[in-house]
Write a protein that binds this ligand. Structure first.
Ligand SMILES: *[C@@H]1O[C@H](CO)[C@@H](O)[C@H](O)[C@H]1NC(C)=O
Length: 207
């Protein structure tokens, strides 16, 4: 009996392949990041979310003027909203918690501001008050310093946003509609049905 139990455990463990690590370097208020997050990335999370981890790095092409002062491609509001996103990820590191917030924010990237952020936080069941304290204070700044450093460490350096790495390697194909295919190929375990082209189309995916 004991032998059978050990055998079963061994089978279960060996079938658990390592998850694929997807990292997205993006920017608030950026139309291309928005199209990617609300389109291919959202679809991948829904269809094959069980086979990859997601890390989102809110910095992109922003520049450090000093440790406390940043300059952003789409103006100061982009810096503010990158910081809001950094705070959301800090307090809610689980994808199921932070990702609905990101999708909500990126759907409204053209008018994104802290009021929209507050509504998105409420919709995603996140506590806005601590996010607000974070983005308007020292914690927000130090989180952005960290994400700026992570972006600067990219090899090769990023040339545009969104910039996507698969298991730490830049992958241009993953930055568009073929994201699911790329992640499925990188996954060594038994693949979910969506990997075999049996996409389970759901409502609300504008892709
Ligand atoms: C994904 O990242 C984790 C944590 O850094 C690491 O342990 C794991 O080996 C990575 N997986 C792959 C497939 O590279």
């Amino acid at each position: 009996m004991k032998g059978v139990a050990v055998f079963l455990l061994a089978v279960v463990c060996s079938s658990r392949a390592e998850l694929v690590n997807v990292t997205v370097y993006g920017e608030a208020l950026c139309p291309d990041t928005s199209a990617f997050v609300t389109g291919p990335l959202n679809r991948a999370v829904m269809e094959i979310g069980t086979i990859f981890t997601l890390k989102y790095v809110p910095w992109g092409n922003a520049k450090m003027i000093s440790k406390e002062k940043f300059e952003c491609q789409h103006g100061p509001m982009e810096c503010t909203m990158n910081t809001v996103e950094a705070c959301v990820i800090h307090y809610y590191p689980k994808r199921e918690d932070f990702f609905p917030f990101l999708v909500c924010a990126f759907k409204q990237f053209e008018t994104l501001n802290p009021d929209v952020g507050k509504k998105c936080a409420e919709e995603a069941n996140l506590v806005w008050e601590k996010i607000e304290t974070c983005y308007s204070g020292d914690l927000g700044i130090s989180l952005e310093d960290m994400f700026a450093a992570e972006t600067a460490e990219l090899k090769p350096p990023h040339e545009y946003v969104p910039w996507v790495t698969i298991n730490g390697e830049h992958d241009k194909t993953a930055e568009g509609k073929d994201l699911i295919e790329v992640v499925c190929q990188a996954f060594m375990g038994s693949k979910p049905p969506a990997c075999e082209g049996e996409l389970d189309w759901k409502e609300g995916i504008n892709f």
